[in-house]
Design a protein around this ligand. Structure first.
Ligand SMILES: Nc1ncnc2c1ncn2[C@@H]1O[C@H](COP(=O)(O)OP(=O)(O)O)[C@@H](O)[C@H]1O
Ligand SMILES: [Mg+2]
Length: 354
């Protein structure tokens, strides 16, 4: 029995077969010349991106369609672009569509032999909805893990600062006090007094650092006492009056939830202190049985939220949202110039949360 290859005895038959495959295959195919300019596309690519062959071939550069690529495990920079490789069997990339959407796809690329019209051929496949959800779930898991590891490390360093350096400084302070009680010449007494002052300042600094890293009250006493002590520190360090109202039942939540809420409120308060030029900051903490809602309001200068997020600032706000999302919650920020800022955090409480 002959194979279909053997049946194709003329090169024109082979050519029309290839053309038919190119036109009808469901994967998108893209050929790029040696300068990165698009040299050929098939119908599937037109469908996927919304651009027509006419709008692409000889006009658009591959970089105009690529919003970044990733190998299966990590983000890859433009410096390690598939375009520079001889062959990339499988990678993920984000395609830019005609209507400005960011379209995640899986792709493979191969350099064509010398003499071919194009330099590089890419086969692009729509990432299935299932793959997308799986990837998102995996990324959530990774973020969750990174956040938990960071908190654990902060806890460890805070404890070490408090119990190690803090205790050592305390011993020095006690020793210096004993020395100070002896008969000393005036210059030496002055010296001892200076050392006493420096040591107690260093002790305060260590205590402040440990508190900022992770207040032990958060683990020992819970969210509200930790928030109260954070408020006092903000009031003391910045000229802002802070008030907290608590509504609903007072109870403990899971460690993950208490930490997330603490960090979110801490970021919102830090933002007010840093940028808002506010004189008052109000926090309303509501336990609505099935969810906790925390509202943080300042009377400061406000800002354009979308603009701040799009200008590449907004890592803090991004982190707040990420923490809330990991627990199935949301962070909503309402602000406008001269209108102050309101941050509303909602986190659902499941039965096993408490
Ligand atoms: N309460 C606020 N009042 C005024 N401007 C704010 C407030 N919160 C945030 N902003 C603005 O939004 C930007 C982004 O905040 P954030 O995401 O926390 O990033 P970062 O604090 O690292 O700049 C800030 O740089 C600031 O310009
Ligand atoms: Mg910030």
């Amino acid at each position: 029995m002959s194979t279909w290859r053997e049946d194709l005895d003329t090169s024109s038959e082979m050519f029309s077969l290839m053309q038919s495959i190119f036109a009808n295959v469901s994967d998108a195919i893209l050929v790029v010349d040696r300068d990165g300019l698009i040299a050929a596309v098939n119908a599937a690519l037109e469908q996927m991106t919304g651009w027509t062959e006419k709008e692409l071939v000889g006009i658009k550069h591959i970089c105009e369609l690529c919003l970044g690529m990733a190998t299966c495990m990590e983000e890859t920079s433009c410096a390690d672009c598939f375009f520079k490789q001889v062959q990339m069997p499988s990678f993920e990339m984000r395609l830019r569509t005609r209507d400005g959407r960011d379209y995640p796809v899986t792709a493979s690329s191969a350099r064509l032999p010398d003499g071919a019209n194009g330099e590089l051929v890419m086969v692009i496949r729509d990432m299935s909805a299932q793959q997308r959800t799986e990837k998102e779930r995996y990324q959530h898991k990774l973020t969750n893990y990174a956040i938990a590891a960071q908190e654990e490390e902060r806890k460890r360093i805070a404890r070490e600062l408090h119990d190690g350096v803090g205790q050592a400084l305390y011993s020095i302070l006690v020793g210096l006090n004993v020395v100070g009680q002896g008969h000393l010449s005036d210059p030496i007494r002055q010296h001892v007094n200076d050392l006493l002052q420096m040591t107690s300042k260093a002790m305060e600094e260590v205590k402040r650092m440990a508190l900022e890293l992770r207040p032990s009250a958060l683990d020992d006493l819970g969210l509200l006492p930790a928030l109260r002590s954070l408020m006092k520190r903000v009031e003391k360090s910045f000229d802002i009056q802070v008030e907290l109202h608590v509504q609903g039942e007072r109870r403990r939540y899971s460690a993950a939830m208490e930490t997330a809420l603490y960090r979110i409120v801490q970021e919102a308060m830090t933002n007010t202190a840093k940028y808002a030029k506010a004189s008052q900051l109000g926090i309303v903490f509501e336990d609505r049985e099935k969810e906790v809602v925390v509202t943080i309001v300042d009377d400061g200068i406000g800002f354009e939220v979308e603009k701040a997020l799009h200008t590449g600032k907004g890592l803090g706000i991004f982190g707040m949202r990420e923490r809330a999302q990991l627990l199935g919650g949301t962070v909503d920020i309402r602000s406008a110039p001269d209108e102050g800022t309101t941050v509303i955090v909602r986190i659902p409480v499941s039965k096993e949360e408490t």
